[in-house]
Design a protein around this ligand. Structure first.
Ligand code: ZN
Length: 667
């Protein structure tokens, strides 16, 4: 299995967030309507592309061509996800747009809902659960419409695929003991068994080289004339029409590259699409990861392999973006001061690193989401995936801050704060400072927390065994929490108010003691490492601060609330726990680590758990979110040359999907 490096939006990190008030952003307006649509378990949002106007015209034209190269690949993913997806989409869109009957009928409304679902999932299976959608309109209704409108379709096959729950039931099946290829409905394999595919790869894989290609990344495997063969996605191969359109736009984009290195990177990607050669893809990936000078950047290709039960073939995706210089300044400042943070951390001097190097990461603004990153999208990405390239050439770690901001803004008014936050004063604090302190917490955790500290000589890095990842996450979180309240952040200009940190402290404790329980089924313990870490820190701080009443559970009208009475004391407690967990890690003290985890991180109070689940359910918050894209329009001179590009945000969900199907239909 390939390593995949995607960060998806965690429910806990987002639900509490409300509006952000990062000073100069207020001009961007409260009248921007983030919510676009809501159906089933989905909420569709839109996102802003701040500072697009501040790029140069050349950069804007570069972005434009890259966004066209992104949208041109849409049908590839649809077809990878299932071989009838495009035919089903065509048939249903024809019925939907040609429909002459009663639009208030239950069948028509159900057809629209089903279309919204398959658009969102890029196919007939749920993007997350992988289960096939169940249509709520009748077979007779659809048959009648197809006949009346004269829609050309292989209805015998397509109706079975749509209406028979047993046919192509799951897109990706991971259940152990079954033939994962035969039982998965995706279109990455045809007529082969799992054993045949494994034997095929075992025969061709060269495990002796230090720089192996990513076998199978851009191929479908089929049996032809009794022989197992790879069918590459490339110009002249599978998906040629879509890929030619992608390379056409990449060729245009290359003319507007910011520098020769970026032009060479784009050319290598064109070479890869033209030849299908995976060594060329590696060469492209190296050029791409080493280009840190360009402001405009993009992902375009067969990247993540979650869509393949064997983790070989990459799902096609594209994200075009540009560096958010102001926000990246934040991560650069933190990294530049890594040694100061290390030298002043509240741990035993023996456990500090004499020479620490912060990991650098940039903050980006997404300009378009496409393929497997659309409409549902990650909020952080770390690429390339090839381990040997990561080791030899590094990786790019990015945060899509305009996407996290859209999540954050859209959650405002979802009722979460009103339900769970103790009072208006605290709510206001969260409104004002949670967005920035949440981002800073992530920066400190990622850039410094994990990189801080050292083991004593001879200590086994795996000494904490099964509790290692919980304790490691706790260490990074505590490092971040401790420094969020430090005057150093004001001095560096990263915060403008000495009380700002309280927003993150309140959210953290509320989440760790209560609201993250909404993600756990009744009767279950806390299992996941990040969740255990948050409960460990919160419960430990509650217990140790009990005598001084630092954190208090307050009951009001039968509901439980969290009140923090002494934020400074809470910071000291975070420092003490960091001191102890660093000692445990540096000395490899397994027993002490296990005791901490077992005492504080695992057990759930069933009564409080039930209360949180009930209160959360009453809010009716959509579990999954995704986005519509902005629309880019080229500005042309009298000769038809593109001289600039404008952006607009007014396209709705259904029109965008229908337009993409019209304008980017390639396969
Ligand atoms: Zn971490």
């Amino acid at each position: 299995m390939k390593l995949s490096h995607i960060i998806t939006a965690s429910i806990s990190a987002l639900m509490l967030s409300t509006s952000c008030s990062r000073g100069n952003d207020s001009a961007a307006g409260t009248d921007f309507d983030y919510t676009v649509d809501r159906f089933n378990d989905i909420e569709v949002l839109r996102y802003k592309v701040p500072d697009f106007e501040n790029l140069t015209p050349q950069q804007r034209i570069l972005v434009y061509h890259l966004t066209e190269a992104a949208l041109a690949g849409r049908d590839i993913l649809w077809d990878q996800n299932g071989k009838y997806n495009l035919a089903i989409r065509d048939m249903l869109e024809s019925v939907y747009t040609g429909y002459q009957g009663d639009k208030s009928s239950a069948d028509y409304i159900a057809l629209e809902k089903y279309l919204k679902q398959i658009w969102f999932a890029n196919g007939i299976h749920h993007h997350y659960s992988m289960d096939k959608f169940t249509p709520e309109f009748s077979r007779e209704f659809l048959a009648k419409q197809v006949a009346e409108l004269g829609v050309k379709a292989d209805t015998a096959t397509l109706f079975t695929v749509i209406f028979d729950p047993a046919v192509m039931a799951k897109r990706v099946n991971q259940a152990e003991g079954q033939d994962l290829i035969a039982t998965s409905a995706n279109n990455l394999y045809e007529g082969v068994t799992q054993a045949e595919v494994e034997a095929y790869y075992n025969a061709i894989k060269d495990t002796t080289v230090a720089n192996p290609i990513s076998y199978g990344l851009n191929t479908r495997i089929a049996k032809i004339d009794g022989k197992v063969v790879e069918q590459p996605y490339k110009v002249g191969g599978l998906y040629s029409a879509a890929i030619e359109r992608i390379t056409g736009h990449l060729t245009e984009a290359k003319k507007y590259a910011e520098n020769p290195a970026q032009a060479a990177t784009i050319q290598r990607l064109i070479d890869f699409y033209t030849t299908g050669d995976l060594a060329t893809f590696d060469d492209y990936s190296i050029k791409w990861v080493e280009d840190t000078a360009s402001q405009v950047d993009f992902i375009n290709g067969f990247i993540e392999s979650y869509g393949d039960p064997l983790g070989m073939t990459g799902s096609w995706e594209s994200i075009v973006n540009f560096k958010n210089i102001e926000a990246s300044d934040r991560t650069e400042k933190i990294s530049a001061n890594a040694q100061w943070f290390e030298d002043n951390s509240p741990v035993d001097a023996r456990f500090r690193k004499p020479h620490v190097k912060g990991v650098s990461a940039k903050v980006i603004t997404a300009a378009i989401l496409a393929g497997d990153s659309y409409p549902a999208t990650p909020i952080g990405i770390n690429l390339p995936n090839a381990n040997w390239i990561r080791a030899a050439h590094g990786s790019k770690s990015v945060t899509l801050e305009n996407i996290t901001q859209a999540y954050d803004e859209a959650s405002h008014g979802n009722g979460f704060n009103e339900e769970f936050v103790i009072d208006e004063q605290t709510s206001d604090l969260l409104d004002r400072y949670l967005f920035i302190t949440d981002n800073l917490h992530t920066d400190l955790h990622e850039c410094l927390g994990h990189a801080s500290g050292q083991l004593l000589p001879g200590v086994d890095p795996d000494a904490l065994k099964a509790h290692g990842s919980t304790l490691e996450e706790a260490r990074a979180d505590l490092f971040a929490l401790y420094y969020l309240a430090d005057p150093k952040l004001l001095e560096l200009g990263l915060l403008d108010n000495p009380d700002a940190y309280k927003a993150e402290y309140y959210k953290y404790i509320l989440n760790g003691l209560m609201t993250q329980l909404m993600r756990i089924e009744p009767g279950k313990d806390v299992e996941e490492a990040h969740m255990r870490n948050r409960q460990l820190i919160s419960k430990w701080a509650y217990e140790k601060g009990k005598d001084a009443n630092v954190i208090e559970y307050v009951k009001r009208d039968g509901k439980t609330f969290i009140q923090i009475n002494d934020y400074e004391a809470l910071r000291n407690l975070f420092g003490q726990l960091l001191h102890e967990i660093q000692r445990i890690k540096s000395e490899g003290d397994y027993e002490a680590g296990r005791d901490l985890v077992e005492t504080y991180a695992v057990k759930v109070d069933p009564e409080l758990h039930r209360e949180v689940l009930d209160r959360y359910a009453s809010l009716n918050i959509a579990p999954y979110k995704g986005f519509v894209n902005p629309v880019y329009t080229p500005v042309k001179d009298a000769d038809g040359n593109i001289i600039d590009v404008t952006i607009s945000y007014d396209e709705e969900y259904i029109p965008q999907m229908l337009r993409y199907s019209r304008e980017y239909r390639t396969l």
